[in-house]
Design a protein around this ligand. Structure first.
Ligand SMILES: *Cc1c(COP(=O)(O)O)cnc(C)c1O
Length: 232
């Protein structure tokens, strides 16, 4: 198992340094530990080291893990961050606290219908394709306002903000461009009256750029759990 305590500390230090450069309060950023492909025991160890939120990408894998960690359910948060097909929304609506990857209205409508009444509203982010690649999920920046207004009106959901997964880029300046775009869009939606507080952007390779551009949640996998192995 990786030295999770050490890795979590190192990532927190990176966030702290970036917030210093940005003149931001380190407490304004939440670290989401992306545990996809890693076993439940790694999540348990990270939780024991103080980590609260965990991000998962694959429905079946996450359900197995959530069940294995049922004893911790009240003291951790599960965030779904992967591509979501409309026929897989029900278990996500029933088991997660957040969904960052809502990329069309239909998915939000299904999550709203399927969120059990006894649970608090599901926190959701609208995924925006800021780099504009044809292959990437997410609404276009031009569509975002209309879709966000429609999601905000749905019951049993709470629209918290925007999420993006930009193309990887080498330099911090290149990395900041798409993050800045998402932040500007976020500010436009707030100015239009939407009550948003979350910008989910930045991963292991670009979290500093994201913090400099206003991220409130950074989603970090590799820098915490190590390189992923997809062979099984
Ligand atoms: C896998 C993944 C991450 C984490 O990426 P790392 O580069 O390992 O930090 C973050 N966000 C999403 C949506 C992911 O799928």
């Amino acid at each position: 198992m990786p030295d999770l305590e050490h890795n979590l500390h190192a990532v927190s230090e990176r966030i702290a340094l970036a917030t210093q450069l940005a003149g931001r309060d380190p407490r304004s950023i939440t670290l989401l530990a992306v545990s996809k492909t890693f076993p439940a025991e790694d999540v348990r160890a990270a939780h024991a080291a103080g980590q609260l939120g965990f991000g998962e990408n694959y429905v079946q894998e996450s359900l197995t893990k959530i069940a294995a960690l049922a004893d911790l359910r009240a003291s951790l948060e599960w965030h779904f961050i992967g591509p979501l097909q409309s026929n897989k929304t029900r278990p996500v609506a029933e088991n997660f606290d957040w969904v960052h990857s809502v990329d069309r209205l239909k998915i939000a409508q299904r999550l709203a219908e399927q969120r059990p009444a006894h649970l608090p509203p599901l926190n959701v982010c609208l995924q925006v394709n800021v780099s504009g690649e044809a292959s990437k999920a997410g609404v276009t920046p031009a569509e975002a306002a209309e879709v966000a207004q429609a999601i905000a009106a749905l019951p049993q959901l709470r629209l918290r903000g925007l999420m993006s997964i930009p193309e990887p880029a080498e330099t911090i300046e290149e990395q900041r461009g798409p993050h800045r775009k998402l932040r500007e869009l976020f500010e436009q939606l707030r100015a239009a009256g939407l009550d948003l507080d979350t910008l989910s952007m930045g991963m292991s390779g670009d979290l500093e750029a994201a913090v400099l551009e206003g991220a409130t949640i950074v989603r970090v996998g590799t820098a915490i759990f190590g390189a992923r192995d997809y062979s099984n």
